[in-house]
Design a protein around this ligand. Structure first.
Ligand code: PAF
Length: 293
């Protein structure tokens, strides 16, 4: 691991350079941990790098704002791009290399091959952003082929994405261990996210209500409140706090993402994940917690 390489994170822009670097590392007996990102890095991303460093001797982050996971009218053009600051942040945690491919490098001219993880991609966020997980699975599969890591780390904040990637890796037999990294939260509980940059100061003050509502619902479930009731209470709290539209507040099986029965108390030992997607002004925020009893 590089302990003295501050400011020396290696910048790699092409697949061939990346593969040469990874090949050399592997020939020297090193292992590779990978953290794919779209940049605008925050503490959550850096914690994923640290997790990768626990699992592998070399770490690569990628920064690529992937056009195929944005629908027309979404924020592809305005998505924050902070390359210089991001590289400095990666250097500060001794990430070994950053892969910054162009669109042409990721999607060579005439490329028509996509990855669809059916079913898991069509629930929850997939209902509101039908293109989204197909774009994510496609780019992550391509990034895996470019990087050939031993281990890859994805944030639990994007819980559905993590499950889609796990399923893709299982179905296609990628020889990669997928690890979930714990969500990093600000002091008021708001999950760290690049899109928090869109919030006005007032919206930012209110946004912590998502965590408060989820936390309260988890306590209510533990006290035996029916899931339907606990979710409805959480939704009401979000509405009262100022969320203008709530896409979903739901309790699901963590592996299949299928909704759990709303009219039966959660039995002790039942695995459960509570997921929320709600709009604060023009910003769509998602979050989730382990709600199992
Ligand atoms: O979570 C993200 O930042 C993106 O969806 C990912 C996994 C880097 C794919 O573009």
């Amino acid at each position: 691991m590089n302990s003295t390489k501050e400011n020396l994170v290696e910048i790699i822009r092409t697949r061939s350079e990346l593969q040469a670097r990874v090949r050399a590392w592997k020939q020297a007996g090193e292992t590779v941990g990978f953290v794919p990102t779209m940049g605008a890095l925050h503490g959550g991303h850096l914690s994923l790098i640290e997790k990768a460093q626990e699992k592998a001797t070399r770490t690569i982050a990628s920064i690529f704002v992937n056009p195929t996971q944005f629908a027309p009218g979404e924020d592809f053009d305005t998505y924050p791009r902070h390359e210089t600051e991001d590289i400095a942040k990666l250097a500060s945690v001794n990430c070994d290399a950053v892969y910054l491919p162009s669109v042409a490098e990721m999607y060579p001219e005439g490329s028509v091959t996509n990855v669809r993880v059916e079913s898991l991609s069509d629930l929850l966020d997939g209902i509101y952003r039908p293109h989204f997980f197909y774009g994510v699975a496609t780019v992550v599969a391509r990034l895996f082929l470019h990087t050939q890591p031993d281990v890859a780390v994805f944030g639990e904040k994007d819980y559905q994405q993590l499950q889609v990637i796990r399923r893709m890796v299982r179905d296609l037999g990628f020889p990669i261990e997928i690890i979930g990294g714990e969500t990093q939260r600000d002091a008021d509980g708001l999950a760290q996210s690049s899109r928090n940059l869109y919030l006005s100061p007032e919206e930012r003050r209110t946004a912590g209500a998502i965590y408060a509502a989820m936390h309260r619902a988890r306590t209510r479930l533990a006290l035996g409140t029916l899931p339907g009731e606990a979710m409805a209470e959480a939704e009401a709290l979000l509405g009262k706090a100022g969320f203008r539209k709530i896409d979903y507040v739901t309790l699901v099986d963590p592996a299949t993402l299928q909704a759990l029965p709303v009219d039966q108390p959660l039995e002790p030992g039942t695995p459960a994940r509570m997921l929320v997607a709600a709009w604060m002004g023009k910003t769509r925020l998602i979050d989730n917690i382990n709600a199992g009893q």
